[in-house]
Design a protein around this ligand. Structure first.
Ligand code: ADP
Ligand code: ADP
Ligand code: ZN
Length: 217
């Protein structure tokens, strides 16, 4: 099973991914996470990506396509994978089609999570992430049991640099312009499943599960 999560920054992709990879035994491929880790370690990839990410712009297509191509060849992806935050442009989607074609597989479903812009801003500016395990929280909508401490691993929570109001606004504009065309791209391929992402976390998880359960029947 190869599934992709599509939606604006703050739609809840990462939050749902935590649940989906566990329940469906999928390898997790988040280009955002791979890039952040490269920036933190100061690798050549990180040095290339850093400035784009800080400004809320997309990292060049060839860079992210290279990352995903390599990652999809890993053995753990053979039993299935979840793509989060990739592709983000039509050019990336076309490259992915080519890569999958070469590997002899294809996307099974694109889960599109639709959320109002005002809600996205509230979600992103209140987001907190565990420094150690990457688990995602929200100061109001999904708080940890103990303030600033990760429920899963006890790590310290922090705010992503690109979750400041100014960068959030830019990222939402970039999404509209460069990523939203993918909705039509995947609708034309009959892969699109739109979910109302304004609901609470468990309700969304149940609806995505219903889509995936139907696929594997
Ligand atoms: P969010 O979860 O808020 O949508 P991500 O963690 O997916 O954010 O992405 C963070 C940043 O990493 C993006 O703003 C962009 O700079 C870069 N990035 C992640 N995925 C891609 C991609 N597929 N193409 C280009 N840039 C990407
Ligand atoms: P994305 O990966 O799409 O950028 P996240 O999963 O990181 O989005 O979620 C963004 C923020 O919104 C996080 O702080 C998260 O805890 C919170 N969040 C996620 N899903 C919901 C929801 N259904 N209702 C309210 N807040 C949510
Ligand atoms: Zn943690």
């Amino acid at each position: 099973m190869l599934i992709m999560l599509l939606g604006p920054p703050g739609a809840g992709k990462g939050t749902q991914a935590e649940f989906l990879v566990k329940n469906y035994n999928l390898a997790y491929i988040s280009t955002g996470e791979i890039l952040r880790s490269a920036v933190k370690k100061g690798t050549p990839l990180g040095l290339k990506a850093k400035q784009y990410m800080e400004e809320g712009q997309l990292v060049p297509d060839d860079v992210v396509v290279g990352i995903v191509k390599e990652r999809l060849a890993d053995p753990d992806c053979r039993q299935g994978a979840l793509l989060d935050g990739f592709p983000r442009t039509v050019a990336q989607a076309q490259s992915l089609d080519q890569v999958l074609n070469d590997l002899g597989c294809k996307l099974d479903a694109v889960i599109h999570m639709a959320v109002e812009e005002e809600e996205l801003i509230a979600r992103l500016t209140g987001r907190r992430v565990c420094r150690d395990c990457g688990a995602t929280y929200h100061i109001k909508f999904n708080p940890p049991k103990v303030r600033n401490v990760c429920d899963q691993c006890g790590g310290e929570l922090s705010q992503r640099e690109d979750d400041s109001l100014a960068t959030v606004t830019e990222r939402l504009a970039v999404y509209k312009k460069q990523t939203e065309p993918l909705i039509d791209y995947y609708r034309q391929q009959n892969l699109l499943h739109t979910i109302d992402g304004n609901q609470d976390i468990d309700a969304i998880a149940a609806q995505i599960s219903a889509v995936l359960d139907k696929l594997s029947q």
